[in-house]
Design a protein around this ligand. Structure first.
Ligand code: ADP
Length: 192
């Protein structure tokens, strides 16, 4: 099994591209953002606790997402591998993921990083707010906070992946199709 991280700031297009890549390459798409929103929609205790954190654009505690991911990894069947989207988001989550995979005879094979400049991100998130109705897309201050949190807590993961030789940057500006082509080429390089 091959394991890919798709990575980039909020609004970089991870979710859109992940769904397509997962389908094309028979990868299991695991999005912690989607899982957390599903908890909120279902009105669970966990969802109630996490929604306030998410509405501010802060990160939920590492243990919460690590546990969610562990449960999904063991439940997956008939898959070429995993595509992790929005996880890991901290160095601690990355170390936990690496350990989890190693214990199961796997590793992180590639980290695909979508590069998108700040102004383009803000423009996309404001547009998405109108279409998706996501609470954390509606407030410009929350958008800025999410980008700041990404730079401070998530971007350091890039160094971790560089050290392991699995960092694969991708230009994230262009049409959805063009970006999908760029990513597909990199994934094909692993899957053949
Ligand atoms: P985006 O990439 O657009 O910010 P996501 O759907 O990935 O959106 O995440 C939405 C929110 O869910 C985040 O701002 C954060 O509060 C929470 N979240 C998602 N994944 C994680 C994670 N791995 N660790 C901590 N918080 C997370």
């Amino acid at each position: 099994m091959l394991n890919f991280l798709i990575f980039g700031p909020p609004g970089s297009g991870k979710g859109t591209q992940s769904v397509r890549l997962a389908e094309k390459f028979n990868l299991t798409h695991l999005s912690t953002g989607d899982m957390l929103r599903a908890e909120i929609a279902a009105g669970t205790e966990l969802g109630k606790k996490m929604s306030a954190i998410m509405a501010k654009g802060e990160l939920v505690p590492d243990e919460v997402v690590i546990e969610m991911i562990a449960a999904r990894i063991d439940g997956a069947r008939d898959t070429a591998g995993f595509l992790f989207d929005g996880f890991p988001r901290t160095v601690a989550q990355t170390e936990a993921l690496e350990k989890m995979l190693n214990e199961r005879g796997m590793k992180i094979d590639s980290m695909l990083v979508l590069d998108v400049d700040h102004d383009e991100l803000v423009k996309r998130l404001i547009l998405r707010a109108e279409l998706s109705g996501r609470a954390d897309d509606r407030d410009p201050a929350v958008i800025e906070n999410r980008i700041d949190v990404y730079r401070a807590k998530t971007e350091p993961i890039i160094d971790f992946c560089r050290q392991r030789g699995i960092y694969q940057p991708v230009n994230g500006v262009g049409s959805i199709e063009d970006i999908f082509e760029r990513l597909s080429r990199l994934v094909s390089g692993h899957i053949g």
